[in-house]
Design a binder for this molecule. Structure first.
Ligand code: PEP
Ligand code: MG
Length: 766
């Protein structure tokens, strides 16, 4: 074995490990280095790393290290639970293995490239039950730690934990101060990869643009000095800006037609507001240069809005900033730079609001890197629908990258590559060419999907925004199995009017003229907050006033939506359009929803006297396990069911999959989930109620055979997943699926089910 003194790897001297913790005070820094050094020597390690934990963003950062040749090029940050060391802290227990790469959770970090360090001892550093960090001791493959050594290392780690806790606190304070002071840029001189989680699809390569919350006023301050003197008056500039807004709205119409008409509503209103423009004019009359007047008054408004306790008012600060910058460009006759500003950029965002996404959608942003915790479910869905690649990263460090740095985001491999090497750039350029070639040959896909024995499986599409329909048509979707009606709501700053809603629903019907469509009523709340609808946040929103509970409590919102939908159905003569209620938990709730449909239909009958009234089919989403208890009754009253597995699994297992502490327990193949699904399918078959499934489970190749095996003949997926599902389904027979489902349903342990799923996959795919 190599002792540290004679190690053959190029060991960096302790305490000189690059930019890792430039901010840390030398005392704290020295203590961490000494600790790691002590462990390395005392336990004869070939490599040793000390990680500290930050609860606020649930990351584990390598703070001191011994023996890693690559170390010093970038900080190493792991998500809670990531890798063996993350798992050891997440589970609050030591992990020892002599073959690390075979262990569950093992990930080979790009900055720990050495495959030969297979002997691994990870020890958590705990302060009471609080997680402080973890220490990782490694030896070369084949050189084990003795049992006494492991006990001694654990004792040493316990001794150290209290002092580590103080060191951790010091580092966190310094980091916070750094951020407040406008942290130092993160300069990377070599290709560095950050591991994240993909929130969308695809990949992008471009230049960094930072969208940090702190930018608003800073940006405005810069503009005063950087703008040339005005050559136009405000009066002359306003129609120019208005025209510009209209042009952008026109361009946006294809991508986001449901938002295009209102996207600049508030900006246009502000341009005619005496309190805003009037104040600027008064400053100009008293001798202030027009550029300065724009900045001064805009900043007054920005600061006022940003102080508001209400989120949607705070969002207005961005509108004002946008408007002010456009006014500045117009009065100084500068070429429009704002719209080109985001083109060919990858945005790195601290927080992403629906309004930011709309702004982004106007330009041609290539991709987004979002710092964890900065978004909601709706925003993620919106980004996905807009086909913008997006990766969520746990570390905030990425916000300190200098603008203009080259960056690649790769959703398939869930990584962000900063400062890519020439080889990487070449690889992605080649990928682009290959994808363009594939796109040309893509169109010949099959129109219907059959299992190997000829059973038809209908593949519908989940739609969030109107432009998703193009992708659905390209993928040969047989209809729309779920249109999430909340998107027009999140794109506005108030409830869309009944006529706006009707126009959107009619447009969707026009775009899908000959195939069935399921409209789901507003599913707001929980992790899909629409700020103007929810004044206060609830303590436990997943269990709170959400979805059908919300719309039944505020029936004017539900009725308005239902009338819009029913009118569009009559006008377009669409008997193949149906309505679905989300999050139904009882027979009463479904009955109440249906009563609303009946009374709304009644109220519009006079408008359609000359025609036969179309009564749409009404179904419900099965997302709450309580439905299992009343499924037979619901089979009598519902025209169809669609299983929303995303929520069904979360409520069945009481696991929020976006919570990193428990997300590993979100297991679609948990025996209780599988048996719950079987109960639903059996009831639907017994009562002859059409059944579909529109959660993400339906796009997962591991689960499709089971779902077909229990009797599902219709799935609704994001359009991009349809071609793969078509291919997969043609590879097996219904009988094989039935047998497979019966096997899974007979098992009580998750691990046994995993083995059976793997065995089925190898029997089919070899
Ligand atoms: C679901 O819960 O599975 C579902 C499709 O609804 P959403 O993802 O919109 O919550
Ligand atoms: Mg749901």
């Amino acid at each position: 074995m190599n002792t540290p003194a004679e190690t053959s790897v190029e060991t960096l001297p302790v305490g000189s490990q690059g930019n890792m913790d430039a901010a840390a005070s030398s005392g704290t820094r020295r203590f961490l280095d000494q600790s790691v050094n002590m462990f390395a020597h005392r336990f004869k390690c070939d490599a040793c790393g000390l990680f500290l934990y930050d609860e606020s963003n649930r990351t584990l950062t390598l703070r001191a290290a011994y023996g890693y040749p690559m170390f010093g090029k970038a900080s190493i940050v792991l998500k809670a639970g990531e890798g063996l060391i993350g798992r050891c802290l997440a589970e609050r227990r030591s992990i020892y293995t002599e073959m690390a790469s075979t262990m569950r959770g093992y990930t080979r970090h790009h900055n720990f490239p050495d495959d030969d360090l297979q002997t691994f001892l990870g020890i958590p550093l705990l302060y009471g039950k609080e997680r402080v960090g973890a220490i990782m001791l490694q030896r070369r493959t084949g050189v084990p730690f003795l049992a006494e050594e492991i006990s001694a290392a654990r004792l040493k780690a316990e001794e150290l934990a209290t002092r580590m806790q103080s060191a951790n606190a010091m580092l966190l304070v310094e980091n916070a101060e750094d951020l407040a002071a406008g942290a130092k840029p993160l300069i990377l001189t070599e290709e560095t990869t950050f591991k994240g989680s993909a929130a969308s699809h695809g990949w992008a390569m471009g230049k960094v643009k930072i969208l940090a919350e702190t930018n608003v006023s800073g940006l405005m301050a810069d503009k005063v000095t950087s703008y040339p003197p005005a050559t136009r008056t405000l009066e002359e500039a306003i129609p120019i800006v208005e025209e510009r807004f209209k042009n952008i709205a026109k361009t946006l119409d294809e991508r986001l037609p449901e938002a295009a008409s209102m996207i600049f509503e508030s900006e246009i209103m502000m341009m005619h507001d005496d309190n805003f423009i009037g104040k600027m004019n008064r400053l100009v009359e008293s001798g202030t240069p027009v550029t300065e007047a724009i900045v001064t008054i805009s900043n007054e408004f920005i600061n006022f809005f940003r102080k508001s306790a209400t989120e949607y008012i705070r969002e207005k600060a961005h509108d004002i900033e946008d408007l002010a910058l456009r006014l500045l460009e117009a009065v100084t006759a500068s070429p429009d730079s704002l719209d080109e500003d985001q083109a060919s950029h990858v945005i790195i965002a601290e927080k992403l609001l629906p309004s930011d996404v709309l702004r982004i959608a106007q330009g041609h942003v290539l991709g987004i890197v979002l710092v964890a915790g900065g978004s909601t479910a709706h925003v993620t869905l919106l980004v996905r629908s807009l086909k913008i690649p997006m990766i969520i990263l746990p570390e905030r460090d990425i916000l300190r990258l200098p603008e203009g740095e080259n960056i690649v985001i790769d959703c398939a491999n869930e990584k962000v590559i900063v400062h890519p090497s020439n080889a990487t750039v070449k690889k992605f350029n080649e990928r682009r060419l290959e994808e363009e070639r594939e796109r040309v040959t893509y169109k010949s896909d099959q129109k219907e999907t059959y299992t190997q024995d000829g059973t038809r499986i209908r593949l519908n599409a989940n739609i969030n925004i109107i432009s998703d329909i193009n992708a659905a048509v390209d993928a040969n979707a047989e209809g729309i199995g779920l249109y999430r009606t909340e998107f027009p709501f999140i794109m506005r700053q108030t409830v869309p009017s009944e006529s706006d809603q009707k126009a959107i629903y009619a447009r969707i019907m026009d775009r899908m003229p000959d195939k069935p469509i399921v409209f789901r009523t507003l599913d707001a709340g929980g992790d899909k907050v629409i700020p103007y609808l929810f004044g206060t946040t609830e303590d436990n929103p997943a269990m709170g006033l959400r979805s059908i509970r919300f719309t039944l409590k505020y029936p004017f919102i539900l009725d308005q939506q239902l009338r819009a939908l029913l009118r569009a159905i009559q006008e377009k003569r669409r008997a193949d359009v149906s309505i679905m209620f989300p999050m139904i938990s009882s027979a009463e709730e479904f009955d109440a929803g249906k009563e609303h449909i009946e009374s709304c239909l009644e109220s519009i009958i006079p408008e359609f006297e000359d025609r036969e009234i179309i009564e749409p089919e009404v179904g419900l989403m099965i997302e709450i396990p309580s439905v299992l208890g009343v499924i037979d009754r619901l089979c009598e009253t519902a025209d169809f069911f669609s299983i929303g597995t995303n929520d069904f699994i979360q409520y069945m297992l009481a696991v929020d999959r976006s919570n990193p502490n428990v997300s590993n327990m979100y297991i679609p193949h948990h025996p209780a989930v599988l048996r719950g699904l079987k109960i639903i399918a059996a009831a639907a078959i017994r009562h002859d109620v059409p059944l579909s499934l529109c959660g993400e489970m339906g796009r997962d190749s591991r689960y499709i055979p089971f779902l077909i095996g229990i009797g599902l003949r219709s799935l609704s997926l994001e359009p991009t997943h349809i071609p793969a599902a078509q291919q997969l389904i043609s590879r097996f027979t219904v009988e094989q699926c039935r047998e497979h489902a019966n096997t899974l349903l007979s098992l009580n342990y998750i691990s046994e089910i995993e083995e059976a799923i793997d065995a089925f996959a190898s029997s089919i795919f070899g």
